[in-house]
Design a binder for this molecule. Structure first.
Ligand code: WTA
Length: 662
């Protein structure tokens, strides 16, 4: 098993100097201010002066079966929000809009990759969710049971998630790009009773299989908790259906009663679990609860995206990640928004697919990741120029630091220089946006997520926890609890305490480096722990190392993230083979496939180097900084490389001197 160093202090001071364009500022365009739903700066002061009062006022806009007794109980690091209150998330997302006469409003303009389209209204969505909820009950799912969801981006996916919320059965969505093995681990950790999937989904014009991965994940007695598998038909590909266990969606769900009484959930009941990568080989099940989470993502969605009744809002993420959970589904529907949902890749059948979608539905708000923006930059400006993008009035960014070049391209070629860009910093754990401008209020700077959302108390501190003066860099911390914060790591309170709250007692440590400029603006600098951000996907170096080491011919492995123009970071692996194994490119490819099978194709190392040694400190920790330099400095290309003499020498040298990596 590879050894790793502890949280390292690599990012802050090195990267700060690289930020050059912070003096270019962009005031909100004047035409925009007229629409802004938050136009009064006093919201910040109000929230800072009375945190609980601020959130209580917002919470009153949700629909409750029973009001809360107490806004916040805070016994660090455990928070409980709106205790005593009862509500149902699906009622807030659906029933109350239908009851208010909005039943015919479109909830989603859905578009499949092959070009099939469907508009789904709030009334239709309520009916479908109710039927699905009844089907879950028929399959034996009860309040409190966990349901795993492994699906393509088809309407059945949000329907299944909301059906879980309706009956109080927490879901755990596993991104469709994860392998059978990764799916199995999550099912077992969550002890899910039901898995909802599809035969497959479309990816770059081809049907790819999902049910086949489910079959592999749950074969034999590998997932003792699973009782049933519900399968939606999407591609029509051949699948094996096991009698008594596997049920077709169209055979069970379609015939159900169209209404279903919502469960009265307690504020702190678990809404869902979502697994994310941490600094160990085992992903963490992040727990989100009902009232605080719904409140956090709906309020931030409304204010940060300046949501108006006639907006057409497109969050181009996948529902398999937290961005999809909070801003395709819960936040957006709680606000009664009309959204766009697209199944496929942005360059199929041609790189103008997204812009075609923006033009067709007259999208007004687009929310995406820097990695996607950089891909569009690479494909060329002419694809966007073919389409009328004049409906757009607001652009968002999330997932990784946005480089100023990508920011400028997005601003100019997509936003026509008239749309504010909201760069939003947050994480799976925070549930909702924490640092972002409020359009109409906040002057933006390319590359900065600007200022904390009202009520969010963020700071930048040094290793000892002292606040760093403006102009300096260090570690981001959050000083106060917030409604949508994670309530824990499923089944592991100790790991929760240790990961997020031990470094700076009483304060939340998200694992990111940050700098603040003279105006107090936050510049996020990336992870400072063993987590990588590849195309906006969070991946653990340790998890990939342990996948590599699980190959019978690998003795030891180290994985680091290196800067990449397209994907933000790329995965570089250094591998020591067992004696007698030929370090050939073919074997390198075999190892990449091995990682894909263990975790998923997204975790395949871009570069893989066989080496006789790994540089270690005297205490035996791998010196990642040196490996990062080697991987970054040598532009290793996409293929397997054998350590050249120079690298070997460097590694040997470092191993001999055993310098500390801190
Ligand atoms: C990074 C995605 C800079 C950060 C919502 C964080 C960002 C991790 C930004 C969380 C941003 C996200 N600027 N970095 N605007 N947004 N990050 O859990 O390192 O998939 O810790 O949540 O992405 O990734 P996660």
């Amino acid at each position: 098993m590879a050894q790793t160093d502890e949280t390292r202090a690599n990012a802050p001071d090195q990267t700060i100097e690289a930020l050059s364009s912070e003096d270019r500022t962009f005031p909100p365009p004047p035409a925009f201010a007229a629409r802004a739903i938050v136009s009064d700066r006093s919201i910040y002061e109000r929230a800072a002066a009375d945190l609980e009062g601020f959130w209580a006022e917002e919470a009153a806009k949700l629909s409750w079966f029973k009001p809360w007794d107490r806004v916040l109980s805070w016994e660090p690091p455990f928070a409980r929000w709106f205790e005593g209150g009862q509500l149902n998330v699906s009622v807030n997302c659906l029933d109350r809009h239908v009851e208010a006469g909005q039943g015919d409003k479109v909830a989603y303009h859905w578009e499949g990759e092959p070009g099939d389209r469907k508009a789904i209204t709030y009334a239709e969505l309520l009916t479908e969710v109710s039927k699905c909820a009844n089907a879950f009950k028929a399959l034996g799912v009860r309040r409190g049971d966990r349901v795993a969801i492994y699906m393509p981006m088809i309407p059945e996916m949000p329907i299944a998630m909301l059906a879980c919320a309706r009956i109080g059965a927490p879901h755990t969505v596993v991104f469709g790009g994860f392998s059978a093995e990764a799916l199995r681990d999550r099912i077992n950790d969550a002890e899910a009773k039901l898995i909802v999937t599809a035969d497959g989904g479309y990816r770059r014009g081809k049907p790819s299989g999902l049910k086949v991965n489910v079959d592999a994940a749950i074969a034999g007695d590998q997932t003792p908790s699973i009782e049933k598998v519900l399968v939606a038909r999407r591609t029509g590909q051949d699948v094996t259906m096991e009698t008594g266990r596997d049920v077709w969606w169209h055979e069970l769900v379609d015939g159900q009663e169209p209404t279903c009484e919502p469960e009265r959930m307690e504020s702190e009941d678990m809404l869902y679990l979502l697994y994310t990568s941490g600094t160990t080989a085992k992903p963490k099940g992040i727990v989100h609860t009902t009232a605080g989470y719904l409140l956090g993502c709906s309020v931030t969605h409304r204010y940060v995206f300046d949501l108006n009744d006639d907006d057409v809002y497109w969050c181009a993420a996948d529902l398999g990640w937290v961005t999809g959970h909070s801003y395709i589904l819960y936040g957006a529907l709680a606000n009664g928004a009309t959204g766009v949902m697209y199944e496929g890749t942005p360059d199929y059948p041609a790189p103008d697919r997204w812009w075609d979608i923006v033009e067709r539905y007259k999208v007004t708000i687009l929310y995406t990741a820097p990695t996607a923006i950089r891909a569009h930059m690479k494909w060329g400006t002419e694809h966007a120029a073919k389409h009328d993008l004049s409906s757009l009035r607001l652009l968002g960014s999330v997932g990784e630091p946005i480089n100023p070049e990508a920011w400028m391209w997005y601003h100019r070629h997509i936003g026509g220089e008239r749309c504010p860009i909201v760069d939003t910093w947050w994480q799976t754990e925070t549930g909702a946006i924490m640092i972002a401008p409020l359009p109409g209020l906040t002057t933006t700077k390319p590359g900065s997520a600007t200022v904390p959302f009202p009520g969010v108390d963020a700071d930048v501190v040094d290793a000892e926890g002292n606040s760093v003066p403006l102009g300096g860099g260090g570690y981001l911390v959050l000083n106060k609890p917030w409604p949508s914060m994670l309530r824990g790591i499923y089944g592991n309170p100790e790991r929760y305490r240790e990961t997020y709250w031990s470094r700076y007692p009483g304060r939340y440590f998200p694992g990111d480096g940050a700098k603040r400029d003279q105006d107090g603006y936050f510049w996020l600098l990336g992870r400072v722990d063993d987590v990588m951000n590849v195309s906006g996907h969070r991946l653990s170096t340790t998890e990939i190392e342990s996948a590599l080491v699980s190959h019978e011919r690998v003795a030891e492995a180290a994985v680091v993230g290196t800067p990449d123009n397209l994907t933000g970071e790329a995965i570089s692996a250094f591998v020591i083979l067992k004696l007698g194994t030929d370090p050939s490119p073919t074997f390198g490819e075999e190892l990449r496939q091995h990682v894909a099978a263990k975790i998923g194709p997204i975790a395949k190392p871009k570069t893989l180097m066989f080496t006789p040694d790994l540089p270690k400190t005297r205490s035996g920790k791998i010196m990642r900084r040196l490996l990062r330099d080697i991987a970054a400095g040598r532009a290793l290309g996409d293929t397997t490389t054998l350590a050249d003499a120079g690298v070997v020498e460097e590694i040997r040298e470092a191993s001999r001197s055993g310098k500390d990596d801190e």
